[in-house]
Design a protein. Structure first.
Length: 473
């Protein structure tokens, strides 16, 4: 991306940036554990339906709004429809909240790389995944230091602009991650007892869904917004640099498909192994799943090959995390710069990035010190307000605010804006410029006007209901 208004040098540049932003910890860490805890196959089904009928529709709208206006998030909404600038501002808060916990998860990846490196050279750490993870969670200082290192890396990349290094990074890192996932999948599904995990993922079973429909719907949908990097201006911004020649529908299809594929592959890498190594309870163990199960899979690979795979795998996950994290940091840093411009002050990219990273570090330090609830930092909150949250921890709280409430809410207001105020034809015109065809426009129209608003209202109520344990459904 250039500072001057231009366009991507090629469509591939756009796709790589968008896929780089979409594919991240949401796919590899979030998807498998949420699928494990929410009924397996039925969760997958709901996820895919929501990705097509809500995610894809919002993505097409966001890219089209970006390309139509040629502006970043705030100005794009201002120009698309007077009076909707506040949606842009709202979208800006989300990346900062996400980064509060994303940076900590990135930090855990760095710690795992370090541990596997130690094992590779000196075989010093022979603990199980569970012991290792507990030791890490209960060491707040270590987690804060690694969070700092992760953010320092993001700072260094974002302050000097995202072109060049990071694009090259993506070009090699993403295919490498894909290959590595395949290798891990082969190991995972050939472990004795792994077939139970595969059945859980792919054999239709709707008992859980029947009893928890709204919960599954809201968890799968929140995850989908998060994973596709929607409802927070990323796709608007990327779309603003897209050439009019390119097909928005095709591009959105490729991004949504690749992202979903990586999430399912991560599920196949993690869940069968979890069943093989610890049974169904292990598969349902929540946010700790990735860090425990896969470390055990590597542990079962022998003392040289195991750590070697561990180092490669967590490095690739870290790359995926960084490419997503920089797009999150970039949104906030760009907004800060825009604000300076508007006030007539000279924008200092370095300073802007520094301030954003500092704010993120303040929130990240709380999540890191809490250690997924292991160190009890959530307890006072729980006692004062009687809120248990999903897993009694700060990570869940920030996850709830961002993907649980703000993302579905921004999607809801976007659908009202596009479907009812500006009308779907405003998107149709943009998609069909320069001879492109809007395949499936009828479905798009139905979804943006009716399906997305209704679904997002249920998602919002469902998220609030499960987080506060209100028992509405
Ligand atoms: N999509 C990323 C993931 O799945 O890890 C996270 C993310 C990046 C969310 C960028 C939102 C975003 F704008």
């Amino acid at each position: 991306m250039e500072n001057e208004r231009g366009s991507w040098s090629s469509n591939i540049g756009f796709l790589l940036a968008a896929i780089g932003s979409a594919v991240g910890l949401g796919n590899i860490w979030g998807f498998p554990y949420k699928m494990g805890a929410n009924g397996g196959f039925a969760f997958l089904l709901v996820y895919v339906i929501m990705a097509i009928m809500v995610g894809f529709v919002i993505m097409v709208s966001e890219i089209a709004i970006g390309r139509k206006t040629g502006k970043g998030i705030i100005e794009a909404y201002r120009e698309y429809s007077k009076g909707s600038t506040w949606i842009g501002y709202l979208g800006l808060i989300i990346p900062v909240i996400i980064m509060f916990f994303y940076s900590v998860l990135g930090a855990y990846c760095i710690e795992y790389i370090a541990v596997n490196l130690c094992n590779l050279g000196f075989n010093t750490v022979s603990a199980s995944g569970a012991d290792l993870f507990t030791a890490m969670l209960t060491n707040p200082v270590g987690s804060i230091v690694y969070t700092f290192i992760f953010l320092a890396g993001c700072y260094a990349i974002v302050k000097s602009g995202i072109s060049g290094g990071i694009e090259k990074f993506n070009k090699v890192g993403m295919p490498a991650l894909f290959v590595m996932l395949m290798v891990v999948i082969i190991r995972s599904v050939t472990l004795p007892g792994a077939t139970e995990g595969l059945k859980f993922m792919f054999v239709p079973n709707f008992t859980y869904l029947g009893e928890n429909f709204i919960k599954v719907l809201s968890v799968a949908s929140g995850q989908m917004f998060f994973s596709l990097s929607l409802a927070m201006g990323i796709m608007v911004t990327f779309g603003s640099y897209l050439s009019k020649k390119e097909s928005i529908v095709q591009n959105a299809g490729i991004i949504a498909f690749s992202d979903t594929l990586v999430a399912i592959l991560a599920g196949v890498a993690v869940l069968p192994a979890a069943f093989a190594l610890g049974g169904e309870d292990a598969a349902m163990s929540g946010p700790k799943l990735l860090f425990i199960t896969l470390q055990d899979v590597f542990g079962a690979m022998g003392s040289v090959v195991g750590p070697l795979f561990g180092v490669c795998f967590y490095t690739l996950v870290l790359i995926a995390a960084i490419t997503s994290a920089i797009s999150l940091t970039e949104v906030a840093a760009t907004a800060y710069e825009d604000n300076c411009n508007k006030k007539g002050k000279t924008p200092h990219r370095t300073r802007a990035t520094f301030i954003v990273c500092l704010i993120i570090f303040a929130g990240g330090a709380i999540v890191a010190a809490d250690g997924l609830g292991s160190n009890g930092l959530w307890v006072p909150f729980q006692k004062t307000f009687g809120i248990n949250g999903w897993n009694d921890c700060w990570l869940d709280f920030f996850d709830f605010i961002s993907e649980g409430v703000l993302m579905p809410f921004v999607a809801l207001v976007t659908s009202i804006l596009v479907g009812w105020i500006k009308k779907p034809s405003s998107i149709f015109e943009e998609v069909e410029t320069e001879g492109n065809k809007f395949t499936g426009y009828g479905l798009f129209k139905f979804c943006i006007k009716f399906f997305v608003p209704v679904a997002t209202i249920f998602i919002l109520i469902g998220q609030i209901d499960t987080f506060f344990q209100l028992g509405i459904f």
